[in-house]
Design a protein around this ligand. Structure first.
Ligand SMILES: [Zn+2]
Ligand SMILES: [Zn+2]
Length: 427
């Protein structure tokens, strides 16, 4: 394959934000800077404009890697927006003149035209589907065919949460089982948790905690009689519940724990061992303790990690400045949702209908803030999200695209990422 001397491939390199690799000498770039929108009338668009439609033209080559990654996206757009937008691809290696005609120096290059064939915008390099759609919107071109933008917004609860405050877990908002309750009682604060696991999530969310001082504040519930006992002196039976998720039973004495062990298998452990086990697996974005069974899987490079929630898993791309692959479960049905990122954009989404819920609450100053990791989710479609919300009348927040959720994370500064999910830092 002969490569025209003037054309450069925009190569996307794992680990770098974007690297433009110049394969062939490039004479004068300023003559036609491809990142600048050149307003020209597109003759090709004018001739076949029996129906006047906006057009997305992708100039690439079938053998360039980022171009190949564009191909399924263009195919999807072509199908989904048939009759609303034209989608065309020109191979500039096979058709050198086309590259010259459009003044393309790098591939892939996408050119956005309005319905009259006027060029509105150019982009070089890989361009994700959601970002393309967002660009049309930004350019003020309606390719939705008049359909109003879908999306569930719930700013006020459908029903108030009437549970007594001391029965609600401070971390996960779940109703506290009196048999596994953990309690933090300090000078200023008192927080109840549904189980020791939620306490450890809380502990891993503290900013520079004094471990010994924190430990002294914690009581756990004796499984035998329901009394609160100091966490450090209790004995723990660490077993396996359904779906491989750990269960923790606390006992005031080792004898009581040994007795329980005969009917319910598990390991007898001290507080320190329990703590070490619980803090082993961390969210690769916010560093909170997680159980892998509850978390999203995140692949980066050759490493497999976890995101404690769906939004945190996207945050791994921002924290590591690396392309990632996520496996998340639909919040309602557990169906798998797969997301791949490329240079901080969505490269692929399976299924294509998947959406995100951004759980938000109104802060004391009236501004919307994240409602925390336990209030976030991905769903294979809006129907599942609606059903999930129906079962959570007190929930507030809004539906967003997964691309939006990723873009929000990519905008975070290193300082914000360092403070991510630490208690009180969301605001
Ligand atoms: Zn909890
Ligand atoms: Zn997290």
């Amino acid at each position: 394959m002969k490569t025209p001397a003037r054309i450069v491939i925009v190569l996307l390199v794992v680990g770098a934000a974007a690297a433009t690799i110049i394969l062939k000498g490039n004479k004068s770039r300023d003559a036609a800077n491809p990142t600048t929108a050149v307003v020209t009338s597109d003759a090709a668009a004018a001739t076949d404009a029996t129906a006047k439609l906006p057009k997305l033209l992708d100039l690439g080559a079938t053998k360039c890697i980022p171009c190949k990654m564009m191909a399924p996206i263009l195919e999807e757009l072509k199908k989904e927006y048939a009759g609303k937008m034209k989608v065309e691809f020109i191979d500039v290696w096979q058709n050198e003149d086309a590259g010259k005609k459009y003044g393309v120096e790098m591939i892939p290059t996408q050119i956005f035209y309005d319905a009259n064939g006027k060029e509105l915008f150019r982009h070089t390099g890989f361009f994700g589907k959601e970002d393309i759609l967002a660009k049309w919107k930004e350019l003020g071109v309606d390719i939705s065919g008049g359909k109003p933008a879908a999306g569930i917004v719930r700013e006020t609860p459908v029903a108030a949460d009437t549970r007594p405050r001391d029965s609600v877990c401070f971390m996960c908002d779940g109703t506290i089982d009196p048999k596994t309750k953990a309690l933090v009682k300090g000078q200023a604060e008192q927080h109840a948790f549904c189980a020791p696991h939620c306490y450890f999530i809380y502990f891993s969310s503290l900013v520079n905690p004094d471990a010994k001082a924190e430990e002294a504040k914690v009581s756990v519930t004796d499984w035998e009689n329901g009394n609160l006992v100091p966490s450090a002196t209790a004995s723990y039976l660490y077993g396996m519940g359904t779906k491989g998720r750990a269960t923790i039973k606390a006992f005031a004495t080792g004898e009581a724990a040994t007795k329980e062990q005969q009917s319910a298998p598990g390991n007898l452990v001290t507080w320190d061992v329990l703590k070490a086990k619980e803090l082993t697996t961390r969210c690769a974005f916010c560093d909170r303790a997680v159980y892998p069974e509850d978390a999203c899987g995140v692949e980066f490079g050759s490493t497999h990690g976890h995101g404690c929630c769906t939004h945190c898993s996207l945050g791994v791309a921002a924290r590591l400045k690396q392309d990632i692959e996520i496996e998340a479960k639909d919040g309602l049905t557990g169906e798998m949702i797969r997301v791949k990122t490329l240079d901080g954009q969505i490269a692929s989404l399976e299924p294509g209908t998947a959406i995100a819920w951004f759980g938000q609450k109104k802060g004391p100053d009236g501004k919307w803030v994240s409602a925390g990791c336990f209030k976030q989710g991905f769903f294979v479609n809006e129907t599942n999200l609606q059903k999930w919300l129906d079962a959570r009348p007190a929930m507030t927040g809004r539906q967003i695209t997964i691309a939006q959720a990723l873009s929000d994370k990519m905008k975070l500064s290193p300082e914000q990422i360092a403070k991510a999910c630490k208690l009180g830092e969301c605001k």
